[in-house]
Design a binder for this molecule. Structure first.
Ligand code: DGY
Length: 321
C-alpha cells in the first residue's frame, strides 16, 4: 500500500477508487492562501505521491526533504509551481491535467470578456441598488465585438478554443505564439499569425493563453500596454504574472486601454488595489476550470496517473516530466 497525500479537499467521490488500494490522506485547506515549503514538507513526510494544486510550492527543497516521493500529480494544467528540473533530478514523475479544462477555461475567458465589454457587473449593481428607474438612451453603453479583432497570445488548446468562439461572435482572429501553430489549427480557428507588436497594436481584444515561464513573465508590460489601442480590452485567464499588474493599473487609469477582464493575478489571492477601483475591470477568483464536470474529470485524470505510477506502468498518462 502506497501513501498518497492530497494537499486539499477535492470534489466529492473522486478518490474512492484510489482508497481501495492505497492509503489516501486528504489535508485540510491551508489557513492562508498557500502553504510554505516547510508546511508542504511536513505534509509530504513519508508520502509516495503528492497530489498538488497551484498554490503548493513544490521546490527543490521539498524534493530533497521527501526522498520517498515517486510522483507529483498536479490538479491543474499549469505546472509553474513545480520545479521540473528538480523533479527530474530526484527521479519524481510529474503529471497534470491538460485537455479537460480547455472548454471551461475558454468559456470563462468569454464570460469575462462579455462582462467587461457590456459592463455586466456595473449593470447588476445598478439594478440591485435600486437605481433602475427608467430606460435611458445612454445608460452603461458598452462595446460590440462583431467585426472587431481578437488577438490571441498563445494558440495552444485553450487559445484555439477561445479563437473558435471568437469566430462565432463574428470577430477576426490574429495570434502570436513562440512557434507558429500547425496549419490545421490555423485553418480551424481562421487565425492569422502576426508578430506580438502587430497583435498588440491592431487587436480590439487581447486574450492571454500562454504558460508562465521566464520568457512570458511580464510579457504584457508598460511598453506592451502602450502599444495597445485605447479602446482595447485585455483578457487574462492564463497566469497573473504574464501581466505587469502595476503597469496595467497605470494604463487603465491613463485611459490608454479601455478595460480588463481578469481571472488571474500576479500575487494571488491579493489583487492590486488599483484594479479594485477601476470601473471597466471585471475580476474573478481564478475560476477558469471551475465547473463541476471539469473539476471532477481533473480528479479522474490525477487518479489515473497515480494508479499507473504506483502499479509500475511504463507509460504514465498525462505525464509532464
Ligand atoms: C490550471 O489548470 O492551470 C488552472 O489555472 C487551475 O485551475
Amino acid at each position: 500500500m502506497a501513501h498518497v497525500v492530497v494537499t486539499r479537499p477535492l470534489v466529492e467521490g473522486g478518490l474512492t477508487e484510489l482508497r481501495k488500494d492505497h492509503t489516501v490522506t486528504v489535508c485540510d485547506p491551508p489557513e492562508g492562501a498557500a502553504r510554505s515549503e516547510e508546511e508542504l514538507i511536513a505534509l509530504a513526510d513519508g508520502a509516495d505521491v503528492l497530489l498538488t494544486v497551484l498554490a503548493d510550492p513544490v521546490t527543490e527543497r521539498v524534493f530533497a526533504a521527501c526522498p520517498d516521493l515517486k510522483m507529483v500529480a498536479q490538479y491543474a494544467v499549469g505546472i509553474d509551481n513545480i520545479d521540473l528540473d528538480a523533479a527530474q533530478a530526484h527521479d519524481v514523475v510529474v503529471t497534470h491535467t491538460p485537455g479537460v479544462l480547455t472548454d471551461a477555461t475558454a468559456d470563462m475567458a468569454w464570460a469575462l470578456l462579455l462582462a467587461a465589454a457590456r459592463r455586466v457587473p456595473a449593470a447588476d449593481d445598478y439594478v440591485r441598488e435600486g437605481q433602475f428607474e427608467r430606460w435611458e438612451t445612454t445608460l452603461l453603453l458598452g462595446t460590440e465585438l462583431a467585426d472587431k479583432t481578437m488577438g490571441i497570445v498563445g494558440l495552444g488548446r485553450i487559445g484555439a478554443a477561445v479563437a473558435r468562439r471568437a469566430l462565432g461572435f463574428g470577430m477576426n482572429v490574429v495570434y502570436h505564439n513562440r512557434t507558429r501553430a500547425n496549419p490545421t489549427v490555423e485553418r480551424q480557428t481562421s487565425a492569422q499569425y502576426v508578430e506580438l507588436e502587430e497583435l498588440l497594436s491592431t487587436s480590439d481584444v487581447v486574450s492571454l493563453h500562454c504558460p508562465l515561464n521566464e520568457d512570458s513573465r511580464h510579457l504584457i508590460d508598460a511598453a506592451a500596454l502602450g502599444r495597445m489601442k485605447d479602446e482595447a480590452i485585455l483578457v487574462n485567464t492564463a497566469r497573473g504574472a504574464v501581466v505587469d499588474e502595476a503597469a496595467l493599473v497605470e494604463a487603465l487609469s491613463a485611459g490608454s486601454i479601455a478595460g480588463a477582464a481578469l481571472d488571474v493575478f500576479e500575487d494571488e489571492p491579493d489583487v492590486h488595489p488599483g484594479l479594485m477601483e477601476q470601473d471597466r475591470v471585471v475580476l474573478a477568483p481564478h475560476l477558469g476550470s471551475a465547473t463541476t464536470e471539469t473539476r471532477t474529470e481533473m480528479v479522474h485524470m490525477c487518479v489515473e496517473s497515480i494508479r499507473a505510477r504506483l502499479s509500475g506502468a511504463e507509460e504514465i498518462p498525462h505525464r509532464a516530466v
